[in-house]
Design a protein around this ligand. Structure first.
Ligand SMILES: N[C@@H](CCC(=O)N[C@@H](CS)C(=O)NCC(=O)O)C(=O)O
Length: 221
């Protein structure tokens, strides 16, 4: 059964969605977009979430097959692993048996479970209550985690060496978010190679395409 089309349930500014849009672009996979109004959600999302007893969240990628059956994929990094592998030519995924594969999984985990909570606190405050007097402390906590990126990027252009992988794709939308918070007040001069890695990716011609645009991304997201 062949794939008739992909549909991405998307929110422009969501960094998890940007991960998936990067991959769809790099793998040259056409797709339709359904914009999800966060917290209101489309009827499809409400229906899917109640049938599956899952909280509505973006991104969701639907694969519509030639017989109109559909497969629903959730979790941005899992979606990206699937997209990279589906043509039998995984360009951005290290081989499963290699130490790099486990390192990639560790970066996924670090990004979502360690760095993102610190980024949210830096951006929105503890429990979403912004307090300007605590920004410095929150920035320091975030900076101490970003040291991991700094150390890793000493040996190569990308996190796992000379080639861009899903590890870079997973993390880059979040670093861009830090760079944009409150007009870019985070002090990146302490991380010149992280800045270089970010600009190398975000200023690449392919990153400037419509799919990667996250307009409206001021401080709000
Ligand atoms: N682990 C998920 C996280 C997705 C996620 O948290 N998406 C946010 C938007 S950035 C969302 O849908 N939030 C709505 C909610 O949690 O109610 C992934 O990697 O896809």
């Amino acid at each position: 059964m062949y794939t008739k089309k992909f549909i991405l349930h998307d929110y422009k500014r969501c960094p998890f969605c940007i991960r998936v849009r990067i991959m769809l672009y790099l793998k040259d996979i056409p797709y339709e977009v359904v914009e999800e109004p966060l917290r209101e959600w489309t009827d499809w999302m409400k229906d899917w979430s109640s049938k599956n007893n899952e909280r509505p969240r973006v991104p969701i990628l639907r694969e519509i097959k030639s017989d109109d059956s559909e497969v629903v994929y959730t979790e941005s990094n899992q979606i990206n692993l699937m997209l990279d592998d589906r043509d039998g030519n995984p360009v951005y995924t290290p081989t499963k048996e290699s130490p790099e594969y486990q390192k990639m999984i560790d970066w996924f985990d670090w990004c979502d479970n360690t760095m993102k909570p610190l980024l949210d606190t830096y951006k929105y405050g503890e429990n979403g209550e912004f307090d300007a007097s605590k920004v410095q402390t929150h920035a320091q906590a975030l900076a101490s985690e970003l040291n991991k990126l700094k150390t890793e990027l000493v040996t190569g252009n990308y996190l796992l060496g000379p080639k861009m992988t899903l590890a870079d794709i997973a993390i880059i939308p979040f670093i861009r978010q830090i760079m944009r918070t409150r007009g870019g007040e985070f002090n990146f001069s302490q991380f010149p190679n992280v800045l270089g890695w970010t600009l190398n990716l975000t200023e690449a011609a392919w990153f400037q395409t419509d799919a990667m645009r996250d307009e409206g991304a001021r401080d709000g997201f």
